[in-house]
Ligand binder design. Sequence first.
Ligand code: UDP
Ligand code: MG
Length: 187
Amino acid sequence: MERTLILLKHDAVSKGITGRIISRFEDAGLKITAMKMVWADEDLAGQHYKLDEAWAKKLYDRTKKVFDEEGKEMPYKDHMHMGQKIQGWNKKFLQEGPIIALVLEGPHAVEVGRDMLGHTEPRQAAPGTIRGDFAKLESYNLADKKQRVLRNIAHGSDTPENAEHEIHTWFTKEELHEYAKDLDKHF
Ligand code: UDP
Ligand code: MG
């Protein structure tokens, strides 16, 4: 059985939409096996958003493509420069206020979780997805202009391996629960 870590970032808490988001995951059949409100400190934020060179490279290439298309100059020296800047913003955002961390379990939980969140950039997130329904006006353009992070409601693990690592970053063994749900007998 697969597990994923979901963080309802402070914009979701601040908008008062966490219950509606959690309901969507429950409606989809995912099992909540851990959940808590946390106000992260610098150390926890740093453990979650580590500067990963491969991530920075992907981020830089993706952004450069858009800037090239628009004929704009990249404001970053290289991928690590950009990665550091975004990582710093991400860490700051994670500490802006309390967030809700949850572990969801089910077949293909990682893929299903990210599918339900929608595209990283809410502007590109399809209606019906969490980011598409609750933050559609947020965009790279806006974040860039305001020199801040993309406020996109939630984080979802991107691979089962990363999910296991992230789950242990946010939860102790005692906080992770095992229990049976009606749907389980069909999986
Ligand atoms: N982010 C950002 N600007 C960017 C790329 C990412 O502010 O150009 C933020 C955004 O909040 C995103 C987080 O960094 O959710 C992590 O980025 P990642 O590429 O892992 O996106 P995700 O997995 O959250 O869709
Ligand atoms: Mg990610």
